[in-house]
Design a protein around this ligand. Structure first.
Ligand code: GTP
Ligand code: SPV
Ligand code: MN
Length: 623
């Protein structure tokens, strides 16, 4: 405690009325034993000071001031490059409340594990107190939190990703509910130790205590492991709060679409990590007359408003987006957003002091420093940028940001989209018959795994509602909660329509059947024309699909037969999918809500009928 005492600036005046926060900071400082405590205000001077300190320590490399003003490259430790799902824990009192899809530890056991790890873990470092608001300052839909961290990189990132500092702190009252989040990179410095550019630990614990609404994260400084406002608070803890309060915390982008007749729609879409949320949120339509504006690219909080309708806010204030694959062809809006004031993590460095990543330009530079700082040429065997390299940039800097993106009332949602990365089976677009069927579609998303988390890239896995790594309670209870929200909405107003999309279906040569990106506007057109009562649909065993010629492909150069393949439903393969789903549901020990199992039965029935019809047809042709 002695050193902590030495270097303690006055806490902000607003804190006089907030003894709970000061007491908590004292308690954590006593445990972690930092050299100093800094209460973050969120000012530009504070940010510049932290950046300068990180440039001096080698954590940040300034990029060329004319090519990429006020922008920096961070190279993480090679062992700390993505979310660590097997080190992420839900510490509910009962194991059943975490469910079979989460790693569970008893809260007391986890506390007993964490205490010695955090004991002295900030020695030689500064403890930063980071108050923040998730959602517009003062919005009734927003929630407050405080992160304690010993990482200046995390402080600066939190300053981009959230409304951070004094303005947030002023909103706390003695009665405010707030989420405490403790973070340490787990690399204490003793006298004489020299620091490394990216301190972290080989021991990692990303732990959540749903009952006490606390977060404790140890050992990593990367993304969702460390920016605790994001996945840990705004999804894992918030999903629990949302269950208790009757709203939804979702892994969803939010966009605003205006059709050629001037009608405005708001849409949310849940896709698993690195499956195209940022791309869709910043989409540039290729079809005339349509425009798309951005509201959020990763997280949506949805709640029924006084008008009875479902409203959404983006709780974040920035984008932590996947760099590889981002180009003028795939996402020109992101490229424009990244003109400056951006922190890039684990991308490559060009000789001219600008960044580069796979897919950024058609021509590959002759020489680069790769994400670990080693010489790289086009003949190198490893990628120049890490596949999960990311940019951190303010949402306000996005040229397509909607004027209502930070409306404290949120925006009214007209359609909900679920999607995943599926090379086979899943059609380009399907509309759910009703809310219950839509919940089934969400519950049965599966997707090929990406580099966003440690694991096997390409492996197909179930990712219900794109929330597999982010649901803070039993996934089956979460489905029941979704059904309940549908009932609440139906009681008083129109319910958003639910759709499923898949941009990633491939032909037998492994090529994408659908061009994707800006052309996805054609699918949005069909979806929103459905909402507008203008587009027809036909039944498929999976749900409603466009009529022949119903999807606008004017001017699109689709290969012969591609459209048919994009919508092909093979009943035999789908019956296998249904069996797999049933086995998955069985892992929930009877907790899957009736509405969801009913939908499984209905789907199986429709597929059996389709299989019988197909067999009959086959028999007739053979006669
Ligand atoms: P997180 O930030 O991890 O939650 O992911 P995200 O869903 O925001 O991912 P993002 O939009 O950054 O998607 C990243 C990957 O999906 C990149 O490799 C993109 O090139 C690819 N992608 C996005 N949209 C499309 C599409 O329409 N077609 C194809 N083929 N690829 C796409
Ligand atoms: C994701 O993996 O879904 C992300 C990146 O959005 S991270 O914040 O690291 O979780
Ligand atoms: Mn995400």
């Amino acid at each position: 405690m002695n050193q902590t005492m030495l270097n303690r600036p006055q806490a902000p005046a607003a804190l006089a009325a907030l003894p709970a926060i000061t007491a908590w900071v004292e308690e954590i400082a006593e445990l972690t034993k930092p050299d100093a405590i800094v209460w973050c205000t969120g000012t530009a001077e504070e940010r510049e000071g932290l950046i300068q300190q990180m440039v001096d320590s080698g954590t940040l490399i300034p990029l060329d001031e004319t090519l990429r003003p006020a922008s920096y490259l961070a190279r993480s430790d090679p062992s700390d490059v993505a979310r660590v799902e097997d080190r992420t824990f839900i510490c509910s009192l009962n194991q059943d409340d975490a469910g079979p899809t989460n790693n569970w530890r008893a809260p007391d056991d986890m506390r007993a594990t964490l205490r010695p790890l955090f004991d002295g873990s900030m020695r030689g470092r500064t403890l930063y107190v980071v108050p923040f608001s998730m959602g517009p300052l003062g919005s009734p839909l927003s929630k407050l939190g405080v992160q304690l961290t010993d990482s200046p990189y995390v402080v600066v990132s939190m300053g981009i990703m959230t409304r951070m500092g004094s303005a947030a702190l002023e909103l706390f009252t003695p009665n405010t509910e707030w989420v405490p989040a403790v973070h340490s990179v787990g690399a204490p410095l003793d006298v004489g130790d020299t620091d490394v550019p990216w301190p972290c630990s080989s021991t990692k614990y990303i732990s959540h205590f749903p009952e006490t609404r606390e977060i404790w994260s140890f050992g990593s400084a990367y993304g969702g492991n460390a920016l605790l406002a994001k996945k840990a608070f705004a999804l894992r803890i918030a999903s629990v709060i949302a269950r208790d309060e009757g709203w939804l915390a979702e892994h969803m982008l939010i966009l605003k679409v205006t059709n050629p007749r001037g009608r405005v729609f708001h849409v949310v879409a849940a896709f698993p990590s690195a499956c195209g949320k940022t791309n869709l949120a910043m989409l540039r339509p290729t079809i005339p007359g349509w425009s798309v504006e951005t509201i959020g690219d990763d997280i949506a909080w949805l709640r029924q408003g006084f008008d009875g309708r479902l409203h959404a806010i983006n709780p974040e204030a920035g984008f932590f987006g996947v760099a590889p694959g981002t180009s003028n062809a795939t996402n020109a809006t992101a490229i424009e957003t990244l003109w400056g004031n951006t922190i890039f993590t684990n991308v490559a460095l060009q000789n001219n002091g600008d960044v580069w990543w796979e897919g950024m330009t058609d021509t590959v530079p002759d020489h680069l420093l790769d994400w670990q700082g080693a010489d790289w040429t086009p003949s190198s065997a490893t990628p120049a940028a890490h596949p999960n390299s990311r940019f951190t940039v303010a949402a306000a800097q996005c040229p397509s940001i909607a004027d209502d993106w930070d409306d404290p009332r949120g925006v009214v949602i007209d359609a909900i989209i679920f999607g995943g990365r599926r090379a086979t089976n899943v059609p380009l677009v399907v509309e759910a018959r009703d809310w219950e069927h839509g919940v089934y579609l969400g519950a049965t998303i599966s997707s090929e795994q990406t580099a966003a988390a440690e694991g096997t890239v390409g492996q197909l896995r179930r990712d219900p509602f794109a929330m597999l790594p982010f649901c803070g309670y039993n996934m089956a209870d979460y489905w029941a909660h979704w059904l309940k929200i549908g009932q609440q909405l139906r009681a008083t107003s129109t319910v958003p329509r639910i759709f499923q999309v898949n941009w990633f279906r491939k032909d037998e040569n492994g090529r994408f059947l659908w061009p994707g990106f800006g052309e996805n506007s054609r699918v949005l057109e069909w979806i929103l024309d459905r909402v507008d009562g203008r587009a027809a649909s036909v039944e498929s065993p999976l749900g409603l699909v466009p009529t022949a010629g119903g999807l606008n492909i004017d001017g699109l150069d689709l290969p012969e037969g591609a459209l048919e393949k994009l919508f092909e439903v093979n009943p035999a393969l789908w019956l296998d999918e249904v069996d797999g789903t049933e086995a998955f549901f069985d892992t929930f020990d009877g907790r899957v809500p009736e509405g969801v199992t009913r939908q499984l039965g209905l789907l199986r029935g429709r597929l059996q009928e389709a299989a019988a019809a197909k067999a009959h047809q086959g028999a007739q042709t053979n006669e």
